[in-house]
Design a protein. Structure first.
Length: 575
């Protein structure tokens, strides 16, 4: 009986050492598998047979220990080693590794699984998938590119297909306005030739139809006819203004034409009257000629500041047939001030974008309006030839500085550009930030745009993944935008996970529930993009274990051989 049991004892040694050899072989086979976690086989003795129980000591007897025979070994457990492997840089944007604890989350028709293998790729639908085709899970973003936590979804990175444009909402201005600048003492005044009504019988008024307007030189010929289309291309401060057109209708009046001039030349008529009585209010008006009671002149008065100097050459207002109805030139107003724009002023231009990504040109002028004992006041005007209705003036306001040259107050800093008929959201409202402006004595005034938050149309060219798993896309227009965030899972007992093969695990009975969050939170490690985690197999340890397992297997087989020989000797002794 004892010899027979020895055979089975040796057999159990073969079994456990063979299992250990299988574990070692699997570890070595996967030494180059991405993020592979090695295993180890732990043995335990099988139950024991008690030949004689122990007895306690007493006053006359010292006691005996039990006599027990073991019946071999068994595999107690096969444990995973979840120690992180070394990291290897690959340069592939879709490769990711976890630097620390945690698992990537994947999903396929069979359910939700977990892996450390970050050798991901993008499929034809630009979805991030594993090498086996499972979808990598993460968090999406809302319309404002804010991550929506708690709602797992397939991660999509639409390279080459995602396009985006963003309307400008905020513009930052910076510079210095010369505190020692000259106050204005003149403006542009452009005056036309003498005009009368057809036949020269009466002076024209604002209500006079344009088809009844004529030059005093040719009182029998109308200066404008129904259907004429005139193009205005003026000059302001040496800058050519965007052209605008005026179409003569049967009801067009002189007042309509004056309004067109004001809008087309970007004259800010909302400015309060100057404290200088010699400077007339800006705008386009019809003024009577005292020397000729039957005539009047069209008078265009610009805004203060050198940068607002107006000029209209002979071809600045011409019809499609080349007709030049009016000739404007510098003139003298009723107060006797010659057209001579003066005063410290500055001009800058910037490009903003509407909701469709269309570039919008905006001109900003600022001029010194008044000086005081506690600070100075500057007026700024914003104009845009891309405003579709209401003229080029899209906003104006004031900047008030204290005695130290710091901005104390501002008004009218929100401008509105009309985009009617463009398909874009209208109006385009832009907040102008002048908080970094100063007013100190200098050689000249300066004003520049330093930042604006709009963007034209752009295509997603590339992306990167941050340590917290946030996926940020880079567009061809220079815009960066959050596309999503990698999700990660952690377990109270990772060794309790069920290994499903293919480098993926499933929640097990003893693993605890998956605690899902983002990287670098709740015990999760960091995500390293462009990197893969290597296997944590230690070949020197595995070769040693292979020798030990081989030796144990050989020794157990010798036990079986020896027991068999003893049985044969026993049988031969009976003959």
């Amino acid at each position: 009986m004892a010899l027979t049991s020895t055979l089975f004892t040796g057999l159990s040694g073969l079994d456990v050492n063979q299992t250990r050899m299988n574990v070692v072989g699997n570890n070595i086979a996967n030494v180059n598998t991405v993020a592979f976690k090695s295993s180890r086989a732990l043995f335990a003795p099988q139950f024991y047979v008690t030949d004689q129980g122990g007895s306690p000591p007493n006053g006359t007897f010292g006691g005996t220990n039990p006599s027990q025979r073991g019946l071999g070994a068994t595999v107690a457990s096969i444990e995973k080693n979840f120690t992180p492997g070394a990291l290897e840089t690959t340069g592939h944007a879709t490769d990711m590794a976890i630097d620390g604890n945690g698992f990537f989350i994947t999903k396929n028709p069979d359910g939700q699984f977990y892996t450390r293998d970050g050798s991901f790729t993008l499929n034809s639908a630009n979805q991030l998938v594993t090498s086996s085709g499972s979808f990598v899970q993460g968090y999406g973003v809302d319309a404002n590119a804010n991550v929506i936590p708690g709602q797992l979804q397939n991660i999509t990175i639409p390279l080459g297909t995602s396009t985006i444009a963003r309307a400008t909402q905020n513009v930052s201005m910076q510079g210095n306005l010369d505190a020692a600048g000259q106050l204005p003492n003149g403006v542009s005044i452009l005056t036309s030739q003498d005009l009368t009504t057809i036949g020269g019988a009466a002076a024209p008024t604002g209500a006079t139809l344009l088809t009844q307007l004529a030059s005093t030189a040719t009182p029998g010929t109308a200066s404008m006819n129904v259907g004429d289309v005139f193009t205005l291309t003026g000059d302001k401060g040496g800058r050519t203004l965007p052209s605008s057109t005026f179409t003569v209708t049967p009801t067009s009046t002189v007042d309509d034409l004056n309004t067109f001039y004001q809008q087309g030349l970007g004259i800010d008529t909302g400015v309060a009257a100057s404290t200088n009585p010699n400077i007339p209010a800006p705008g386009a008006t019809l003024e009577a000629d005292a020397a000729n009671p039957n005539s009047a002149k069209l008078v265009i008065t610009g805004n203060q500041g050198k940068v607002n100097a107006l000029a209209m050459t002979g071809s600045a207002f011409v019809s499609q047939t080349g007709s030049l109805p009016f000739v404007f030139a510098d003139g003298t107003n009723a107060a006797g001030i010659t057209s001579s724009p003066s005063g410290e002023s500055v001009h800058t231009s910037l490009v903003a974008y509407d909701s469709l990504g269309t570039p919008i040109n905006v001109d900003i002028t600022a001029n010194l309006e008044s000086k005081g004992s506690t600070g100075n006041v500057w007026r700024f005007t914003a104009t845009s030839g891309d405003s579709k209705q209401g003229g080029q003036v899209v906003g104006d306001g004031t900047l008030t500085f204290d005695g130290n040259g710091a901005l104390q107050a501002s008004s009218g800093t929100t401008i509105a550009i009309d985009r009617t008929g463009t398909g874009s959201a209208t109006p385009l409202s832009i907040k102008m930030d002048f908080s970094k402006m100063t007013e100190l004595t200098g050689d000249s005034s300066s004003l520049v745009m330093t930042k604006q938050d709009g963007n034209p149309l752009g295509t997603l060219n590339s992306f990167n993944v941050g340590a917290d798993g946030t996926i940020t896309g880079a567009y061809s227009n220079g815009l960066t935008r959050t596309l999503g965030q990698m999700a990660m899972a952690n377990f109270a007992n990772p060794q309790g996970l069920d290994d499903k093969g293919g480098n993926v695990f499933a929640q097990g009975a003893n693993s605890g529930v998956a605690v899902i969050s983002s990287a670098m939170s709740l015990g999760n490690g960091a995500v390293r993009a462009g990197t893969l985690e290597l296997s944590n197999v230690d070949l020197s340890t595995e070769f040693t274990n292979m020798i030990i397992a081989s030796t144990g297997f050989s020794a157990s087989s010798r036990v079986i051989t020896t027991s068999n020989q003893l049985i044969q000797d026993l049988l031969n002794s009976a003959r």
